[in-house]
Design a binder for this molecule. Structure first.
Ligand SMILES: CC(C)(COP(=O)(O)OP(=O)(O)OC[C@H]1O[C@@H](n2cnc3c(N)ncnc32)[C@H](O)[C@@H]1OP(=O)(O)O)[C@@H](O)C(=O)NCCC(=O)NCCS
Ligand SMILES: CC(=O)OCC[C@H](N)C(=O)O
Length: 354
């Protein structure tokens, strides 16, 4: 596996037993899900918690959400059976564009089929069955993970007892679609892109780096940049923020596949809880589980209005503000803060969280 160095050796692999019918057409015949677990499943199979990750993470939630793990914390393996699976379409172990297609012996590359958030959730459902889990006591996720969490509540209402949706929306707004499209155009404009049929040795890294630079501006916030990268007195060039953005771009190209980037950003564009279900607000009103919505007022990607709308229409929802200047990625940065928020609300709002 090309990106093996970016996943822990504790990652396990689940072969999806049957071809996965994809929402936009076609099937994935040999799908595999990379996952991690912590704790022990009880005999009733109902102490399980599912962590859904964001855009460029992997199944190693104990690494990228480390402050949320431990005794008495949000994820307590002494109480619960915690599962985190790498999303379909990613390059960190679950089947995606960078995976080898067993039918051709070559990477899927540009031939990887179009997927949606619902396909990700349906693939996680096969893992749930494989692990003999009868019910999730909680499904939780931030950003793209929050989109999966919301879909879980609607696709499998009887299997999900409570949800926590962090820094996410119920449908990708024109604003978020615009940002994703600009990122994709940066990749397409790279002369090494070749319509996705690039060689392993010569990936379109320039375009991919620019895509991450654009995304980084939406992941943080103006006050965050002011605080971390203030301009100096009389400065006219060599701005720290520019260096930082270049460094962020270079970091991503070491660890991510361009076709997976395209596939996942397009999957996020499809996100709309109302698709094939009717009116958006009425669809939200169908979510019956105790729901915690976490918002950050500096989020430039999924605006607080979008979480307010979720909380307004979901009947049993509580909306809380994550106090942070970091914007969208606050859920990955201000983890102690997020953990306290989740813990303090869990007993009151998410009755199933211990
Ligand atoms: C959590 C997350 C947002 C943090 O991002 P991050 O880039 O590590 O952290 P910051 O934005 O604070 O940036 C710090 C980096 O910027 C660099 N930096 C800071 N100021 C800089 C400047 N003026 N010029 C150049 N670089 C600068 C720092 O040296 C540091 O680099 P390093 O990571 O190589 O040590 C990011 O890791 C993320 O998106 N995680 C989710 C995905 C995930 O978990 N992936 C793991 C799977 S492999
Ligand atoms: C849209 C989304 O899931 O954003 C998460 C951003 C995070 N920095 C990441 O790279 O995963």
């Amino acid at each position: 596996m090309k990106y093996q160095n970016f996943i822990s050796d504790r990652t396990k692999f689940y072969k999806i037993p049957k071809p996965l019918q994809l929402e936009l057409g076609g099937t994935l015949n040999h799908g595999e899900i990379a996952y991690r677990t912590w704790g022990t499943l009880n005999t009733k199979g109902d102490n399980a918690v599912l962590i859904c990750h964001g855009f460029s993470a992997n199944a190693d939630a104990d690494i990228w959400w480390s402050e949320l793990f431990g005794k008495g914390k949000t994820f307590d393996p002494s109480q619960d059976f915690i599962v985190s699976s790498n999303i379909l379409g990613s390059c960190y172990g679950s089947t995606g564009a960078a995976s080898i297609n067993p039918e051709t012996g070559k990477a899927y590359g540009a031939s990887f089929p179009a997927i949606t958030i619902r396909d990700m959730v349906r693939s996680q459902y096969t893992l749930m069955q494989g692990l003999n889990i009868s019910q999730w006591k909680l499904v939780i996720g931030g950003s793209l993970g929050g989109m999966q969490t919301l879909e879980w509540a609607l696709l499998y209402p009887e299997l999900v007892k409570a949800i926590a949706v962090i820094s996410a929306s119920g449908r990708h707004s024109p604003w978020s679609i615009a940002l994703g499209e600009i990122q994709r155009q940066a990749i397409y404009a790279d002369p090494l892109w070749h319509n996705g049929n690039y060689s392993d040795d010569l990936p379109p890294n320039q375009g991919l780096a620019i895509a991450r630079m654009i995304a980084t501006c939406a992941y943080y916030s103006r006050p965050d940049f002011e605080q971390r990268f203030p301009r100096e007195q009389n400065q006219v060039h060599n701005f720290a923020i520019a260096d930082y953005l270049h460094a962020e771009g270079q970091k991503l190209v070491q660890r991510f596949d361009a076709n997976a980037y395209i596939s996942l950003t397009k999957a996020m564009d499809t996100h709309d809880l109302g698709r094939e279900r009717g009116n958006y607000q009425e669809t939200l009103a169908k979510i019956h589980q105790p729901t915690l919505i976490v918002s950050n007022s500096a989020d430039l990607l999924y605006y607080p209005e979008e979480q307010q709308e979720l909380a307004h229409w979901i009947s049993n929802a509580e909306l809380v503000e994550l106090d942070s200047i970091h914007g969208h990625d606050a859920f990955l940065i201000d983890q102690e803060n997020l953990n306290s928020t989740l813990i303090s609300l869990s007993s009151a709002e998410l009755t199933s969280v211990s």
